[in-house]
Design a binder for this molecule. Structure first.
Ligand code: SAM
Length: 472
């Protein structure tokens, strides 16, 4: 039944293959020789199969676990350097016809404030985000064909890209909307989106159907095959994710990696990003009612194993997680984080009153973007507002070629420096600016190609003079 190349959800995410894998991993979990072989393979930086990763996930040997964490950290450094890409979510409508039992937007929730932003309200939200310094957004909506049709999403994308407030600009709009048709994915591609993000929530079909009892999202196959339709529609940067807490995490990690293997096998390119959300408290949602919640240690172990299993895939963590967990997760493999986020509709312009609550989940990291940027730099990271890749046509496997050719330090690195310089010049507090300028000074020295270094230094001067949007 299991076939990574099949276009049928139940064949490329085969329940049997997952249960067999988990049983095999359980049987081999103390086989240190085999675990060592897998770690050796991971050191070659070509990734791991779902079987290999599943075995590492049940490994209990402290020394091996330590080795896995060290390797995750090293792979992250080798592929991403110290860059951390910044983004913010933008909730434009919470109208929804689905019945997802973990989400406060579910149709039966009659007391939540339902909001849908007009184009003028979107404009105001985007100006607020630009004034914080953001250049990259992820649009979020509920699923509602009447209130949130594709035309509304397309118009909103157009509005977002059109706003140029002071030196601000949103240069990359990622989209996290419900599974849709090839035709609609094509329209999103034409509208110039970056990544299409869709969380699987759970790969376990039976649980999926129970967790999504009503509405179009109930259809497991339609949801699970969405990334194939997105790719058919021309979008080659897709973002996967599991909502941890809904099902057994071992099942989910295995399913997630099988999904990545499927995309690679069929389309020749794996997922651009993987997100790792955990179920959070929200309006009428109590995360304790879900039996499969995972503690921080398990969560971090999952992140480290994803990092070594798919080294070329970016990893995203949101403000669902608090500062301490985020700090550790960054170490082990996260390459993109949100900052200063609001998960309510219209929340950037007007923070909500107690009784309004249109938010999708409670945020655990409430710090403003400036504080998050400073905190990153204090930990030795280089916050990046870069959006160059897809604007230069480096999507899908072309980004991978850049990685493989070892050109990251001559391309992504100077782009990160230049976009950080823009941020410091236009938006940062004095304290953040001071730390940032010193960091830039140091990072220039890490550009290997002398010509690139010279051009970068020249661009930095021009940024001080008011010119914007340089990129390699
Ligand atoms: N409505 C879209 C869909 O059908 O996939 C996706 C957009 S939704 C605004 C973004 C994601 O938030 C969901 O895919 C889900 O994983 C996550 N989410 C929903 N409820 C949550 C909760 N209580 N805690 C944490 N994350 C949640």
């Amino acid at each position: 039944m299991y076939d990574a190349k099949s276009m049928k959800a139940e064949e490329f995410i085969s329940h049997e293959e997952i249960t067999d894998t988990l049983a095999w991993a359980e049987k081999e979990k103390d086989n240190l020789e085999l675990i060592d072989q897998i770690i050796e393979k991971a050191k070659k930086r070509k990734g791991l199969t779902h079987r290999e990763a599943s075995l590492l996930l049940v490994c209990r040997d402290k020394d091996r676990l330590e080795e896995i964490y060290k390797l995750a950290e090293q792979i992250k450094k080798d592929f991403y350097g110290n860059r951390i890409v910044m983004f913010a979510p933008l909730y434009i409508s919470n109208y929804c016809v689905n019945g997802c039992v973990y989400c406060p937007y579910h149709l039966k929730n009659k007391h939540i404030a339902r909001k849908k932003l007009t184009q003028d309200e979107i404009r105001k939200e985007v100006i607020a985000l630009q004034d914080m310094g953001h250049k990259r957004l992820a649009i979020e909506t509920g699923e509602d064909p009447v209130n949130n049709p594709i035309e509304y999403i397309l118009e909103s994308i157009k509005t977002i890209y059109s706003i140029k407030h002071k030196n601000g600009a949103i240069r990359r709009v990622n989209v996290n909307i419900a599974a849709t048709t090839v035709e609609n994915y094509r329209k999103l591609k034409e509208a110039g989106i970056g990544t299409y993000i869709l969380f699987q929530e759970t790969y376990h079909k039976e649980s999926y159907e129970k967790l999504h009892p009503t509405g179009p999202k109930h259809d497991y196959a339609y949801h699970t095959e969405a990334m194939d339709r997105a790719m058919e529609g021309g979008i080659d940067d897709v973002g996967l994710g599991v909502l941890f807490g809904l099902e057994l995490y071992r099942y989910e990690l295995c399913g997630l990696l099988m999904h990545a293997e499927h995309l690679e096998a069929v389309h020749g390119v794996g997922p651009h990003t993987i997100s790792v959300p955990r179920v959070k408290h929200a309006d009428d949602i109590n995360p304790d009612e879900f039996d499969n919640g995972i503690d921080d240690e398990t969560f971090l172990k999952i992140i480290a194993i994803i990092r070594i299993a798919v080294p070329y895939t970016g990893m995203i963590i949101s403000t669902r997680e608090n500062k301490n967990v985020r700090a550790r997760a960054l170490h082990l493999g996260i390459s993109q984080i949100s900052g200063g986020s609001r998960t309510s509709v219209g929340g950037y312009v007007e923070p909500e009153e107690e009784d309004e609550n249109s938010a999708q989940f409670d945020v655990s990291d409430n710090r403003p973007l400036d504080e998050v940027v400073r905190w990153l730099m204090e930990m030795g990271y280089l916050p990046s507002f870069c959006t160059a890749c897809y604007r230069e046509g480096r999507t899908g496997d072309r980004f991978m070629s850049l990685c493989k050719a070892g050109q990251i330090q001559n391309c992504c690195h100077p782009n990160a420096i230049m976009t950080l310089k823009e941020y410091l010049t236009d938006y940062a507090s004095e304290k953040t600016k001071e730390i940032g300028e010193k960091l830039i000074e140091k990072e220039i020295g890490n550009i290997p190609n002398p010509k690139v270094k010279e051009v970068c230094v020249d661009h930095l001067k021009k940024i001080e003079e008011g010119v914007r949007d340089f990129r390699f």
